[in-house]
Design a protein around this ligand. Structure first.
Ligand code: CA
Length: 228
């Protein structure tokens, strides 16, 4: 699953540049041109990290940061502030308001990628890594490979994304609707039964070598990947 970055920036050229480069780097990107739009997008669908410009029309970046921090659902959402101001006082103010990190414009894309990965690693280990292992299953996001007990497992693209998502939260139970939203996207209409079909295929592939089924069905709740 690609980490989802919300970029909040009112300068179109920079916004486009960030979007292009972040996408090329493997992130999913949403854009907001002001603070109000940012709050709306976060409400609709919470990103994994917010890259937030300080100087924005309507609601300032600092105010957006403060609002996100004051809400229970977004209290721990990673926020990286972007600003043209480099003064120490502003930097401290940004961090005081709850930003996780701070980048002064102009900056190198490489620097931004490194900061984004660093906050993701801190807050959601596993999300920003190239490969994740749960029990005897390893998923390699760069090579797009899955290995179980030294045997390569062949998965279709949907099964791969499904497994990737489950492996980010071992042991946690997800409803069909949650899996649809995370793996297929909320803007796609797919029947909940479709999830069962792909879970079935994933199970079959993962157990092809005779190993036990690592996916637990929780009656009337959903599915979980066993943690051990
Ligand atoms: Ca700006």
């Amino acid at each position: 699953m690609q980490p989802h970055v919300l970029v909040v920036e009112d300068e179109d050229a920079l916004s486009e540049l960030l979007s292009y480069n972040l996408k090329k780097e493997g992130f999913r990107v949403s854009l907001a041109a002001d603070g109000e739009e940012a709050m709306m997008l976060v409400e609709e669908r919470q990103p994994d990290v917010v890259v937030l410009d300080w100087m924005l029309p309507k609601i300032s970046g600092i105010e957006v940061c403060r609002r996100l921090r004051s809400r229970h659902e977004t209290r721990n959402l990673p926020i990286i502030m972007l600003t043209a101001r480099g003064e120490e006082a502003d930097r401290i103010r940004g961090l005081d308001t709850g930003a996780d990190d701070y980048i002064v414009k102009p900056f190198l894309m490489k620097e931004l990628f490194a900061r984004v990965r660093a906050v993701l690693r801190r807050i959601r280990p596993g999300l920003a890594e190239d490969s994740v292992t749960v029990g005897d299953i390893t998923i390699d996001r760069v090579a797009h490979r899955v290995v179980r007990s030294d045997l390569e497992i062949h998965l279709g693209p949907t099964e791969f994304r499904l497994l990737d998502y489950l492996m980010q939260h071992p042991g946690r139970v997800f409803s069909r609707e949650q899996l649809l939203d995370a793996v297929w996207g909320s803007d796609v209409y797919v029947e909940a039964r479709t999830v069962d079909v792909h879970i079935g295929r994933l199970r079959k592939a993962l157990s092809a070598g005779g190993e036990h089924d690592p996916i637990r069905t929780v009656r009337s709740a959903g599915y979980a990947l066993n943690a051990a």
